[in-house]
Design a protein around this ligand. Structure first.
Ligand SMILES: Nc1nc2c(ncn2[C@@H]2O[C@H](COP(=O)(O)OP(=O)(O)O)[C@@H](O)[C@H]2O)c(=O)[nH]1
Ligand SMILES: [Mg+2]
Ligand SMILES: [Zn+2]
Length: 304
């Protein structure tokens, strides 16, 4: 048995870095085992197939989960210390997606920050207003330009010693940011392959070592993102600004919707941005709906 690190995944196919520094292909040994990028794993050599088999993974210090198309929880990456949510003036940011990434990070034990790339392009007032709201909520925001190099030293300093992951909509420049950060990375900018559903995506999630110490994971771009609901802390769903107000609500189980004596609603428009609250409400609705559906499924299974 030998130790390794999962550095890339493409469905069930894995690339791992072994202790002697080789990068080799591997597959999980059993169906139930689904290692992800960032996982520390134990491997065995399968003589019959001439391939490495991952037989177990170490406990995860943090984890980023999403809700998949079937409403289930799906692990995207493990052992991250920093989630960088990348946006750009173009394509236009969807701040509801940004909020949901920040919530997933919060509930997964991962620090997060916002990176505005293509900062040499003008950002309109809407974008500036939303960034100001996120900074007020306590998030750090870096302005960088992969093309012109602005802000990259600050980004390098932030990344030092971290295991970070770049997430965000396709086209914001995640892969472009990798190139100055990881010299000789084979990060393919605009490297498009067709996935099973015929959509264009970058092929894999991949972990790179940073020259100054630390690691960075590039993930395929997404159009939408929702955190896994069973990973969300029920009181504030990972919204840090809601969380800091929730202790003052009259009821301990306040959902911050229509309950009397709600400190979150009382702060609306003052210390809590109306859009952040709307974003919280949408996630709350999804949370209640998916939990309801699970309850129904559970009831049906029990009746059988
Ligand atoms: N103007 C400008 N364009 C950029 C910058 N960074 C990346 N791009 C462009 O944005 C497009 C998408 O970049 P890519 O790195 O593939 O984005 P990803 O989908 O987030 O990985 C490419 O055409 C890049 O050349 C930047 O700092 N400024
Ligand atoms: Mg990319
Ligand atoms: Zn409340």
């Amino acid at each position: 048995m030998s130790a390794a690190r999962v550095i890339a995944t493409h469905r069930r196919l894995l690339r791992v870095r072994t202790e002697d520094g080789r990068e080799v292909l591997a597959r999980p040994s059993r169906r139930e085992l689904a290692p992800v990028c960032g996982d520390f794993v134990q491997c065995e050599f399968d003589q019959r197939h001439g391939e490495l088999r991952v037989v177990a993974h170490e406990p995860r210090s943090s984890a980023l989960y999403r809700t998949n198309a079937r409403g289930g929880s799906e692990l995207l990456a493990a052992n991250l210390s920093l989630l960088l949510v990348v946006i750009a003036p173009l394509p236009r940011p969807d701040f509801f997606v940004v909020d949901r990434y920040l919530a997933a990070a919060r509930c997964g034990g991962i620090t997060s920050a916002i990176v505005l790339n293509k900062s040499e392009l003008p950002a309109d007032d809407d974008i500036e207003r939303e960034l100001a709201a996120l900074i007020a909520a306590g998030y750090r925001c870096l302005r960088v330009s992969a093309h012109e190099g602005a802000g990259l030293d600050e980004l390098r300093t932030l990344l030092h010693g971290q295991t970070a992951m770049l997430v965000g909509q396709s086209g914001v420049g995640k892969s472009s940011l990798l190139q100055p950060l990881v010299p000789h990375s084979d990060a393919a900018v605009g490297d498009l392959i067709r996935d099973d559903e015929g959509r264009h995506t970058t092929s894999t999630t991949r972990l790179y070592r940073l020259p100054g110490g630390g690691e960075i994971i590039d993930a395929p771009g997404v159009r939408d993102f929702a955190p896994a609901i069973d990973r969300l802390e029920p009181r504030a769903l990972g919204f840090v600004d809601v969380e800091s107000l929730a202790s003052q609500c009259r009821f301990a189980d306040c959902r911050h919707l229509r309950e009397p004596g709600c400190a979150v609603r009382a702060a609306l428009g003052a210390t809590l941005s109306a859009r952040r609250y709307e974003s919280y409400r949408r996630l709350r609705r999804l949370y209640d709906r998916l939990r309801g559906e699970r309850q129904d499924r559970g009831d049906r299974t029990r009746r059988r």
